[in-house]
Every structure is written in structure tokens, then in C-alpha cells.
Design a protein around this ligand. Structure first.
Ligand code: DC
Length: 232
């Protein structure tokens, strides 16, 4: 019997981290945690309160104070979809808008926000048997994860994939607008001083610009088998 693993998936925006993580969690009967959804939930809360706006600037103190009382949870619905809840309200659709994407990097660079969300993420994964995706999972949240994967893909391919996702949820944005947002989020993620986006030294790099989803899944299942065997 193999030991349940902690699988950390990090990488650039829109590289298919969540899709892969969900698929793996389903295959292995592991818990799936979308850490990006948690940053998006805080960003949505800040937006609703008018604490992040281009016109009026950002009220970081208010966000930092509020984070102490926010309850962010996940629930799987009857169709098997993983939904994010904020203080008991399902916010899965609201957190996927460009409006949230445009401000989430600001919220994600606030150190007290990161500390609080990292603690919640560690609690969610403490039993092992977890797949978590984000930007700092293999470096900060679970530095001892048995398997770390760092995903990347070309800018244009990522922008096209993200645009199709937005299109299918009825949100129309040009590919250039989406590309701009991805690039600026990657830049903010890589340049922030606290837990920047970087591949862990022991991460396996997965560039999926030119590989199909099923082929990628097979590669990762092979890595999981190899990792599990080494732990026997
Ligand atoms: O994975 P995503 O695109 O839904 O994440 C939204 C934002 O949250 C992303 O732009 C960076 C931030 N994030 C982070 O800083 N650390 C994480 N572990 C996950 C996401």
C-alpha cells in the first residue's frame, strides 16, 4: 500500500494547474485545494467593500483586519464540481471574473494575508493525500511535499486557453487583454518580496505548450508512481 502523498503544483497563470490537480485528486481520491481561489476570495471581499480601486487606491489596513474573520471553505457539489465559499456564500463564479483577476495580485502581496491563507492551507493538507495548486505550495506551504511540479507554457497559448474559459462562461475579453492580465500577474507573482513565484529546487518542470492533456496526465502519473515507490 502506497503512502498518501502531498502533491504541490505551482506555476505561471493559466497553465492548467487546477485542471491537472483536480484530475489527480479524482484519480487518487485525494483532497484538492485551489489556493488561488482563496486569494481570489479575499480580493472579491475587498472589491465588494471598495478597498481596492484604481480611483480611490487601496485600503490595505482594512483588508488585513478583515482577513482575520473571513471563512473560506470548499465544497464539492452533486456534479463533482469543487466550489469556493466565503462566509458560507458560494462565490465560485464571482471569483473567476477579470475584475477579480485585475486586483488579486495586490491582495496576494500583503504579507498578513499570505500568512493567514498559508496557515489555512497547511491545516487543510495536514493529513497528506492532498493535491494543492498555487504559486508557493512547494516552496512555502509544503516545502516537504513528496512531489512538486512546476507548470509553465508559452504566453500566447496560456492567453488563448484562458480566453476560451472566459468565453465559455459568457465573459468577452480580447486575447490581448487576457494576455496583458496574465503577464502582469506573473510579473507581480515573481517580483513580490514575500514568497515569490519560483520553482522549488526539487520541482519537476512541466512545460505543456505542446503536449496534450492525456499525455501530460500520463507523465504525471508516472512521476507519482516513481515517487511512491521510492517511499516504500
Ligand atoms: O491560480 P489563480 O490564477 O486562480 O490565482 C490567483 C492569484 O492568486 C494569482 O494571480 C496569484 C495569487 N496566488 C498566490 O499568490 N499564491 C498562491 N498560492 C496562489 C495564488
Amino acid at each position: 500500500m502506497y503512502k498518501p502523498l502531498t502533491i504541490a503544483i505551482d506555476g505561471h497563470s493559466s497553465t492548467g494547474k487546477s485542471t491537472l490537480a483536480k484530475q489527480l485528486a479524482m484519480e487518487l481520491s485525494y483532497v484538492y485545494v485551489d489556493s488561488g481561489a482563496m486569494y481570489r476570495a479575499v480580493a472579491l471581499y475587498a472589491l465588494r467593500n471598495g478597498w481596492v480601486s484604481k480611483e480611490h487606491g487601496c485600503q490595505d489596513d482594512a483588508i488585513i483586519e478583515a482577513i482575520k474573520g473571513l471563512i473560506i471553505t470548499f465544497e464539492i457539489d452533486s456534479t463533482g464540481k469543487n466550489n469556493t465559499y466565503l462566509n458560507g456564500e458560494c462565490i465560485e463564479e464571482q471569483i473567476r471574473t477579470m475584475e477579480v483577476s485585475n486586483v488579486v495580485s495586490h491582495v496576494a502581496k500583503l504579507v498578513p494575508v499570505r500568512r493567514r491563507l498559508v496557515a489555512l492551507q497547511q491545516a487543510m493538507g495536514q493529513q497528506g493525500g492532498v493535491v494543492m495548486d498555487g504559486r508557493d505550495i512547494g516552496t512555502v506551504v509544503f516545502p516537504d511535499a513528496e512531489l512538486k511540479i512546476f507548470m509553465t507554457a508559452s504566453d500566447m497559448i496560456r492567453a488563448q486557453r484562458r480566453k476560451s474559459e472566459l468565453d465559455s462562461s459568457g465573459q468577452e475579453h480580447s486575447v490581448m487583454e487576457v494576455l496583458q492580465n496574465l503577464k502582469s500577474r506573473d510579473k507581480a507573482d515573481m517580483e513580490r518580496s514575500d514568497s515569490p513565484l519560483v520553482a522549488a529546487d526539487d520541482a519537476k518542470i512541466l512545460d505543456n505548450s505542446a503536449i496534450s492533456r492525456p499525455a501530460q496526465f500520463d507523465v504525471v502519473l508516472k512521476w507519482i508512481k516513481e515517487t511512491s515507490k521510492k517511499l516504500l
